[in-house]
Design a binder for this molecule. Structure first.
Ligand code: HEC
Length: 181
């Protein structure tokens, strides 16, 4: 009975050896071969071998390579973009921004003259420290990048807007913003 169990144990160990081939399993199997008095039902658990096997899982890094967003490239499209189409897109902004000359601040600062204005440059508007600290003036490339993903361009901004994915939309709306002067 015991010897049969030992055979089974041996078989399992050999199988593990073949499967895992790890140093830990080799040690276990040689010690249990030497101790025939030890009852055979102490089968080594496959996971008892510590780093045995390495589980063969693949990294699973699927090759998803969407064309990387390139703000500079989209900014180049602004000169020939469709400002009228961009104006229509401001529907998404108007809950928080005004676009007319002399317009008020709402949830966000008024956007008349935002192009080439200092970032965070509207007096009296309570900007986030993140936006105030960004520095420089708004140009086509920074507007494109900000409106693509506000929180990526300015981590910590309090502008809650997901951003435009479409390059043409981005170029169009920035073209429209440039007309506000
Ligand atoms: C939910 C409200 C909300 C929406 C929608 C929104 N914004 Fe804003 N926006 C803000 C807030 C708040 C700020 C100030 C952010 C800060 O201080 O971090 C801001 C800041 C900005 C700035 C920087 C202005 C400056 O003076 O530096 C620009 C440019 C801007 N928004 C453009 C847009 C455009 C274009 C849209 C529509 C596509 C839009 N925003 C949609 C709330 C909003």
């Amino acid at each position: 009975m015991n010897s049969e169990l030992n055979k089974i144990a041996g078989g399992v160990i050999s199988a593990l050896l073949v499967i895992f081939g790890s140093q830990a399993v080799i040690e276990m199997s040689s010690s249990s071969h030497g101790e025939h008095e030890v009852v055979g039902y102490e089968l080594p658990k496959p996971d008892a071998g510590g780093e045995g096997g390495g589980s063969g899982g693949h990294g699973g890094e699927a090759a998803e390579a969407p064309a990387a967003f390139d703000a500079a490239k989209v900014a180049e499209m602004v000169a020939s973009a469709d400002a009228a189409a961009g104006e229509k897109l401001t529907k998404k902004c108007k809950a928080c921004h005004t676009f007319d000359n002399g317009g008020a601040n709402k949830v966000g600062p008024h956007l008349w003259g935002v192009y080439e204005r200092a970032k965070g440059g509207v007096d009296g508007f309570g900007y986030s420290d993140a936006l105030k600290g960004k520095g420089g003036n708004w140009d086509a490339e920074s507007l494109v990048h900000f409106l693509h993903k506000p929180k990526e361009f300015i981590p910590g901004t309090k502008m809650v807007f997901a951003g435009f994915k479409d390059n043409k939309d981005l170029a169009d709306i920035v073209a429209y913003l440039e007309t506000l002067k």
